[in-house]
Each structure stands twice: as structure tokens, then as C-alpha cells.
Design a protein around this ligand. Structure first.
Ligand SMILES: C[S@@+](CC[C@H](N)C(=O)[O-])C[C@H]1O[C@@H](n2cnc3c(N)ncnc32)[C@H](O)[C@@H]1O
Length: 282
């Protein structure tokens, strides 16, 4: 199998396995992450229909857009059926009938040309191994004057929520347990350089590039809650086969690293994370 197919399979597997955790932690995360979906919605509020969300995961920002812009028609694509199951359940809660979920890999699926008033993606585009190809596709499928708004993570030092687990895991040789750790080249921080990000957009033809940083503050009650979250969102699906001692060592290391962000009086852990929003026009 070639590298691209390996990466694709790794990612589908990862998101399918992680979906249970995302379902459980959805409300906790969205308490803060919804800020980003609301900001995306503000930026596209004058958009014509339809609107497309790529890599919607558990349905964001598509659900927020459909709720806040009831006259909109929103399509939302993701390649993980398990993540889409959560998205569909969430949209039922709000009785939304202006949203449609599509199971598809954005790399392979056909998008109509000159069709969408706006295209959005929250924490999706930095995962695409072939970003130029996707950006060209997005560009072609927007109407003239249509907006593309994407959100990525900032530099890893500014995103402890993801950086701590990634650094700790990266310090172990987990391949010997059959744990796949491929795809770092297009990991969560791969588009954190703002100048390069703008350059990638402008070379495709996008204009009026506008960037803003959004700080997301995640508050965790205790070290135990932190470990539970990390296990269920990141580590558990990947590490089911590793031995007891290695698991304990990873947990110890995670606790040590995150303790830097702990208030010793209250035990509250506060993680401030930087997201980068880029808005552009065709
Ligand atoms: C970090 S999650 C973001 C989900 C959601 N947008 C959010 O902000 O919570 C990334 C999502 O991208 C999806 N994804 C990754 N590559 C994709 C591709 N090529 N086509 C469609 N979806 C993809 C994954 O299945 C996963 O659900």
C-alpha cells in the first residue's frame, strides 16, 4: 500500500475508534470550542446557499451554522461513519432540517463547480496530506465572491491540550506494540505558521486573506479527569495492546507534564490553547 493510502486508512481508523470518546466529551469540549463555530458563523452570515462544512467530525461547525442561520442549507462531509453518527444524533436534538450529512473522503468526492456560497472547516484542513489539491477543489466549488473559512491549531507550544499527549506518546517506542504512529507530517500543528498558511491560500487564488487568533481555555477538575479525557480521546484507542508498565509510565508522565498547569490550592487544571482562523474569498 502507498503512503497516501496508509495515511488515509490510519486516519479513518483513528477517528472511527475515537468517536465513542468524542461522543462522551462532546458537551465538555463544546462549552469552549463552540466559540470557534460561532465566530465562523458570524463571518459567513451573509453567505448565499448552500454552505459546505468539510471534515465536520461530530458536526461542527455545520450544526452551529444550521442553528444560527435557519435559512441556510448546510452540507457537511466527513469520512468517518462513527463521527457522523454522533453528528446526526446532535442535529436531531435541535430538530434541524436544513442540514445534510455526507459520508465521503473530500479527496475523492466530486464537488460541483461554482456551487457553494461558503465553505468552512474547523480543525480539518491540517489533516489533509494533499492540501493544495483540496484547496484547489474548494476554490473551484465556491461561487465568485464566496468565502472559505478554516480553523487550524497554533504552534504546538501554544496548544498544551494536544501537545502534552503527543509529546509524551512520541517519547515511547510504541511501534513495538503494533501501535501505528504514522502521519506526523500532517498532524494537528502542520499549518501553525501563519505566513505559510496565507501563502498556501494565496497561491491557489484566494484573496482578502484575514487571520485571527482565538484562545480556547479548557478547565479540568483534576489530574484523574485529565487522564480519563486523554485516554478516551487520544490514547486509549491507540494503546490497547501495550503492556501495563508502559501504560503506567505514560500516565505518570502525562500527570507530571500537565501539573505545570495545575492550581495547587484548587487542583484545577487550566489549559489555554491557540487556534488560528483564516478567512478568504474567491
Ligand atoms: C479534528 S476532527 C475535527 C472535527 C470537527 N470539524 C470539529 O471541529 O470538531 C477531524 C475530522 O476530519 C475528518 N477527516 C480527516 N480527513 C478527511 C478527509 N480526507 N475527508 C473527510 N473527512 C476527513 C476526520 O474523520 C475527523 O472527523
Amino acid at each position: 500500500m502507498d503512503t497516501l493510502s496508509n495515511t488515509k486508512n490510519f486516519q479513518i481508523d483513528k477517528w472511527n475508534k475515537g468517536a465513542k470518546g468524542y461522543n462522551k466529551w462532546h458537551d465538555f469540549l463544546e462549552d469552549e470550542f463552540s466559540k470557534v463555530s460561532i465566530r465562523i458563523t458570524e463571518l459567513i452570515r451573509k453567505s448565499s446557499n448552500p454552505i459546505l462544512d468539510i471534515a465536520t467530525g461530530y458536526g461542527e461547525p455545520a450544526i452551529t451554522i444550521a442553528k444560527l442561520l435557519p435559512c441556510s442549507k448546510v452540507f457537511a462531509i466527513d469520512k468517518s461513519p462513527q463521527m457522523l453518527t454522533i453528528a446526526k444524533e446532535k442535529s436531531k436534538i435541535y430538530e434541524l432540517n436544513n442540514i445534510e450529512f455526507i459520508e465521503a473522503d473530500i479527496t475523492e468526492t466530486h464537488l460541483h463547480k461554482n456551487c457553494y456560497g461558503s465553505i468552512v472547516s474547523r480543525w480539518g484542513i491540517m489533516l489533509f496530506p494533499n492540501l493544495d489539491f483540496i484547496l484547489k477543489k474548494v476554490y473551484k466549488s465556491l461561487v465568485k465572491g464566496g468565502k472559505f473559512v478554516a480553523v487550524v491549531w497554533g504552534q504546538k507550544e501554544k496548544v498544551p491540550l494536544l501537545n502534552i499527549p503527543q509529546t509524551v506518546l512520541g517519547s515511547y517506542d510504541l511501534e513495538r506494540f503494533g501501535v501505528k504512529t504514522c502521519c506526523e507530517s500532517n498532524g494537528p500543528f502542520s499549518l501553525s505558521n501563519i505566513d505559510k498558511l496565507k501563502e498556501q491560500f494565496s497561491k491557489i487564488g484566494f484573496i482578502n486573506l484575514y487571520v485571527e487568533k482565538i484562545i480556547l481555555t479548557i478547565k479540568i477538575n483534576s489530574l484523574e479527569q485529565y487522564i480519563e479525557g486523554v485516554k478516551e480521546l487520544d490514547i486509549n484507542p491507540l494503546l490497547s495492546n501495550i503492556d501495563y508498565n508502559t501504560k503506567e509510565s505514560i500516565i505518570k508522565n502525562l500527570k507530571e507534564k500537565v501539573s505545570k498547569y495545575k492550581d495547587n490550592k484548587t487542583g484545577l487544571i487550566t489549559l489555554e490553547n491557540e487556534a488560528i482562523l483564516i478567512s478568504s474569498i474567491k
